[in-house]
Ligand binder design. Structure first.
Ligand SMILES: Cc1cc2nc3c(=O)[nH]c(=O)nc-3n(C[C@H](O)[C@H](O)[C@H](O)COP(=O)(O)O)c2cc1C
Length: 135
């Protein structure tokens, strides 16, 4: 976390809204879907980022953040979203106004052949984020 918190970063803010709930139930990677504030910074290019999510109480936690339209499920037609998987966290963030920091781009968005392939990649993403944060 130290290392990521010290990098130049893009910070976005918004409210956590309900997603398709596929993330938690089917994939085992529940995500906070952030509906950006109107005056929030613009989303950067699609991809998976190492960063953090700060809740309303000011608590910052490490996160693997996805920016994109979930091509695995929606082809090219999906809505562009900012979703954060908060690492080592099991709480409920719905309705909270949060800040999300993006510190490093890990990879681009990919269209996987199914959920199993996406899950395997998300596991690697989380390890990559932990490594960038200092282990
Ligand atoms: C770290 C991370 C990486 C992701 N990478 C991809 C990806 O490469 N391709 C993709 O289609 N979706 C990707 N997603 C988005 C998932 O498809 C999405 O979180 C899942 O469908 C759950 O959506 P829901 O929150 O609306 O239920 C990623 C999500 C996270 C958190």
């Amino acid at each position: 976390m130290e290392k990521l918190a010290n990098r130049p970063e893009l910070v976005l803010s918004g409210v956590v809204v309900t997603g398709d709930r596929r993330g938690g139930a089917e994939l085992g990677f529940p995500t906070a879907n952030v509906e950006l504030d109107e005056d929030a910074a613009e989303l950067p290019e699609d991809g998976v980022y190492a960063g953090w999510l700060e809740d309303e109480g000011g608590e910052r936690r490490l996160a693997a953040v996805s920016v994109g339209n979930r091509p695995t499920y929606y082809g090219e037609r999906g809505v562009r979203l900012l979703e954060a998987y908060v690492i080592d966290f099991e709480g409920d963030l719905y309705g909270q106004h949060v800040r999300v920091g993006l510190a490093a781009r890990v990879r681009g968005q990919e269209r996987f052949s199914g959920s199993a392939e996406l899950i395997a990649q998300m596991r690697r993403d989380v390890e990559a984020v932990r490594a960038l944060a200092g282990g």
